[in-house]
Design a protein around this ligand. Structure first.
Ligand code: ATP
Length: 359
């Protein structure tokens, strides 16, 4: 299932002019506030009318300015999830879910209700009213309601933005399950790099209403030209397999031959997960450092160096086929004499990988 989007739309003083294709999996629209992410969702959902362009889902035309075709939102059969769960306050969770089912066309193959309830862990909430649910529980019910309408695609506009860190950590795994267990593509808006690293299959980077870059998540997040220079959350994404858990509370992981030690991860050996390594947590050394406390000393090759306008620089590293980013000072780049192709060592403290950066 592929979503093909090409849109031009004037919104006050802002112009949206984007074209991209979202393949299966989670496609994250990523960019700063005001870059046009929500406007894309609105247009795809049929909640706004672009001046020009088309939206096609697996070849079916949802809108096309050239032919004048325009499917109203409901006929598009896209499930939408917003920041606020938008549940019906006077209905129980069970009735909110049933409301979703009403919109499933008779011939649609809907997910079984029990499977949705089980996937989202909301079985104990069915008799409750929305006002008695936590923000995270409400959002899980909203996802369930959207799924039960048998959508062909899910649109999620910053679904975690209104939640505190603990609730975000609670909901993220559910989106991972949707990505991994269902055959429903998801278009997902976020401006949080850690969230993108955890969820995205494909990343569409928006800037001032235009597409700056589209590509597989690891490639885009590991690109120093894309990563915002000043952002603390800038960093690359690695896919790794749990090798074993050590008795001292560390887990050993393998990313294409790259061995990493991290604080214990909540997965069994053999499971694969993603690790978001923030650029500011990576140190560089010309020679293999000895007698240091950091557990991860990785041989890497410098792929590119992006000098910032201020004191900082981003260095892109190839670590056994994985991309890593290191944020260091321009002064260190000069002092170390760093250059493309150079073989050096990246140092990563095990404890520096944030809990929400692993999943
Ligand atoms: N109906 C409208 N009329 C006028 N301007 C609009 C309209 N809708 C959006 N805009 C403007 O378009 C720009 C992009 O807005 P949009 O909400 O798509 O950005 P965003 O990337 O989702 O931002 P955020 O992360 O803050 O939600 C903003 O400058 C916004 O003010």
């Amino acid at each position: 299932m592929t979503l093909d989007v090409s849109l031009t739309q004037t919104l006050g003083a802002f112009t949206l002019d984007v074209a991209f294709t979202a393949p299966a999996g989670v496609t994250v629209l990523f960019g700063p506030s005001g870059s046009g992410k929500s406007s894309v969702i609105q247009a795809v959902a049929g909640l706004s009318r672009p001046d020009k362009g088309h939206v096609k889902l697996d070849g079916e035309v949802l809108m096309d300015s050239a032919s004048g075709r325009w499917l109203p939102p409901r006929a598009r059969r896209l499930g939408t999830i917003f920041q606020d769960a938008r549940l019906f306050p006077h209905m129980s969770v069970a009735r909110n879910l049933a409301y979703g089912t009403r919109f499933a066309p008779r011939d649609a193959v809907a997910l079984p209700r029990d499977r949705v309830i089980d996937m989202l862990g909301i079985g104990d909430l069915l008799e409750r009213r929305p006002h008695s649910l936590s923000g995270g529980e409400k959002q899980r019910v909203a996802i369930g309601r959207a799924l039960l309408a048998a959508p062909r695609m899910l649109l999620a506009d910053e679904p975690l933005a209104a939640l505190d860190e603990a609730r975000k950590a609670e909901i993220l795994p559910y989106f991972e399950r949707l990505r991994d267990e269902l055959d429903i593509p998801i278009l997902y808006v976020s401006h949080a790099a850690a969230e993108v690293a955890r969820l995205a299959t494909t990343v569409v980077v928006l800037e001032q209403g235009r597409v700056r870059r589209v590509g597989p998540a690891a490639e885009v997040l590991g690109d120093p030209e894309i990563t915002p220079m000043g952002s603390g959350a800038a960093g690359a994404m690695l896919e790794a397999r749990v090798v074993t858990h050590h008795p001292d509370g560390l887990s050993e992981l393998d990313a294409d031959g790259l061995r990493l030690l991290l604080p214990r991860v909540a997965r069994d050996p053999g499971a694969t997960l993603r690790i978001h390594v923030e650029a500011q947590d990576v140190m560089l050394a010309r020679r293999r450092p000895e007698d240091i406390s950091a557990l991860n000393v990785l041989p890497v090759t410098v792929r590119s160096i992006r000098m910032g306008d201020g004191p900082g620089a981003l260095v892109q590293l190839d670590a056994g086929g994985n991309l890593l980013l290191a944020r260091i000072t321009r002064r260190s780049v000069a002092a170390m004499g760093l250059a493309e192709g150079q073989e050096i060592f990246a140092v990563l403290k095990a404890v520096s990988v944030a809990r929400d950066g692993v999943g």
